[in-house]
Design a protein around this ligand. Sequence first.
Ligand SMILES: [Zn+2]
Ligand SMILES: [Zn+2]
Length: 293
Amino acid sequence: MGISDAIGAHVGSFWALEIASLAWFPSLLFFFWVVEKIRPFVRQGPRPNATDVKYWLLNPGLELMTRTASAFVMLSLAALIGVRAKLGIWHGFGPVMKQPHWLILVEMVLLLELTAYWSHRLCHTVPWLWRFHAIHHSAKRLNWLSAARFHPVNQLFTRVSNMLPLFCLGFPIDDAMKLFPFVAFSALLAHANLNLRFGPFSALLVGPVYHRFHHTLSGEGGNKNFAGFCPLFDWIFGTYYMPAEDPGALGVDGEDVPDDVLEQFAYPFRSETESAPEEELHQATALPSRPSW
Ligand SMILES: [Zn+2]
Ligand SMILES: [Zn+2]
């Protein structure tokens, strides 16, 4: 049994899930179209953002690429600590699997929240990672379609850093993948153009206003709220931000991220002087080139 069989097993199981979730796309389209009309955060025109639509069209191909690459990277890194690739590797192994199933699930959810929190926070604090993550933050108009706007390298980094600790500890990655529909729906809801704070549950669930604060410029309180599903780790690490007033302007401070998808793919590989016109550079000396917190 080689590394390619183990990669195939992982990508195959994900692909079945991806195809099943694509069947839900028309329902999601209808659901968000209705709720964003009923309670919008800001009134937006009927035309969707062309860049966001292109990301959705490219998404299945990009997912296939990043899943394959992340499985390869995970197996290669795991081999360094003695975890060998075999077909059943994604079903878990070692002492972790001797625990009751419910406990494994609880530990996986908590661990995934923790790794997702720190991988996202690193994307904001490590300069070269921020160059990739800035693509996601380049959306100046936020709605559920914005959730797919990610550079493939950002996706690859997030997947590997989220999953690798679970994988090396022996958690069943295939079971973690079954959480994908919930995680995906939570991400779509978080980006929705909805004036929704969840009332007394706003400290427990990531929602549209909570994540909108994350997308604001640093001077508007942005660069907080890194959680993906439950803000628990924002509380613990001091980045929870949910004031009574509304979130302000969205976007990226002092950087000129292009609108075109292909140019966005190339953007992180360009030098900083190349990617900012002269007057932007002048402005960037007064403003931080990335959000500070
Ligand atoms: Zn972010
Ligand atoms: Zn976002």
